[in-house]
Design a binder for this molecule. Structure first.
Ligand code: TYM
Length: 336
């Protein structure tokens, strides 16, 4: 039997932050040798919020380069750009016509973003999870490694797959494979540095709320120095009234590779003045090799383009095959 297939993606909106890295990309890298992997830059999703046409292409390349810089290995994985494969848009339309609107109106992220975007709420924002379902189901993915905030979108993807198979296939021969979310226990939800009850997010207006993967050491030092803490002495994971403490200890644990028990013992008597430099140092040490590799990749544009061209070819063959099967099941005539 072949390897199970993995698909995941990140939007090219702004810089990637530690939440994207620890919640998603690091897990792609760690698991990649077990699977056949497809990682896309989801640039069609990026226009559901107002975007800048002058920077969209460059931002897309930046994310692809960061995938490589974080350790995506082309022996196991393909990297491609969502908009380069038109099957994503086409399958979205077909799924639109079997997806009840109220499923989409119930999505937590839609509700949150709709409030934030005010007058800019477009149909694409509502339809966003259907496009995500198309991304996943086109590749017949077994596993989808994501952060916890995408769990509901994965459930919707499964609902759409179920509905499609039920409407248009026999139980013995479903066209669409049921994907499973892969959500890590640790750092599945990295919280903001300025408010430990909110998730770290690209859309937070405060730069101080997040660490970007390309932040230089002095920016990291400043952000950690100014991040929100509390007045209690001794650091612990387990006090529900200390969300910032839990978040910062978790970041230290994951970045240092230590166990929870080791970190709990090491930090139990520390004050923030002692802990913050330790966290800063660990963060800088983790990000430095990623930043160096990123520069290397960005300096060789033709290499990056060849990676994306090859990724597209591999991905497109699978996507087109699924799309044909979907259309046949729905009763479409085949192109002549
Ligand atoms: P996006 O671009 O918002 O985020 C990319 C990945 O980062 C994870 N993530 C986090 N994890 C932990 N803590 C955080 N604070 C945090 N913030 C973000 C997200 O869970 C995600 O895994 N809809 C997706 C992109 C997408 C996709 C797909 C993902 C489109 N099609 C198909 C998987 C499969 C999104 O908005 O990601």
């Amino acid at each position: 039997m072949g390897k199970q297939r993995v698909l995941s993606g990140v939007q090219p909106t702004g810089n990637l932050h530690l939440g994207n890295y620890l919640g998603a990309i690091r897990n792609w890298v760690e698991g990649q040798s077990q699977y056949e992997n497809y990682f896309c830059v989801v640039d069609l999703h990026a226009i559901t919020a107002p975007h800048n046409p002058a920077t969209l292409a460059a931002d897309t390349y930046t994310i692809a380069a960061l995938y490589l810089a974080c350790g995506i290995d082309l022996n196991h994985s393909s990297i491609f750009i969502q908009s380069h494969i038109s099957a994503h848009s086409e399958l979205t339309w077909l799924f639109n016509c079997i997806t009840p609107i109220n499923w989409l109106e119930d999505m937590i992220q839609f509700k949150e973003k709709a409030v934030r975007q005010g007058e800019n709420v477009n149909t694409g924002l509502l339809d966003y999870p259907v496009l995500m379902a198309a991304d996943i189901l086109l590749y017949q993915a077994d596993r989808v490694p994501v952060g916890e905030d995408q769990k509901q979108h994965l459930e919707l993807t499964r609902d759409i797959a179920n509905r499609f198979n039920h409407l248009f296939c026999t139980p013995e021969q479903p066209v669409l494979k049921m994907p499973e979310p892969l959500i890590r226990k640790e750092a599945a939800r990295v919280m903001s540095l300025t408010d430990g009850t909110r998730k770290m997010s690209k859309s937070d207006p405060s730069e101080l709320s997040r660490i970007n993967l390309l932040d230089p050491p002095d920016a990291i030092t400043k952000k950690i120095k100014r991040c929100k803490t509390d007045l209690v002495r001794g650091l612990t994971f387990d006090d529900p009234d200390r969300p910032e403490c839990r978040n910062l200890l978790t970041l230290y644990m994951v970045l240092s590779g230590k166990t929870k028990e080791e970190v709990a013992a090491e930090c139990q008597d520390m004050g923030w003045g002692q802990f913050k430099p330790l966290l800063t140092e660990t963060m800088i040490a983790t990000l430095q090799p990623i930043q160096e590799k990123y520069k290397e990749v960005m300096d060789d544009r033709s290499y990056l383009e060849s990676v994306l061209r090859e990724g597209r070819q591999k991905a497109e063959a699978i996507a087109n095959d699924t799309l044909l099967k979907v259309k046949a099941a729905m009763g479409y005539s085949m192109p002549l």
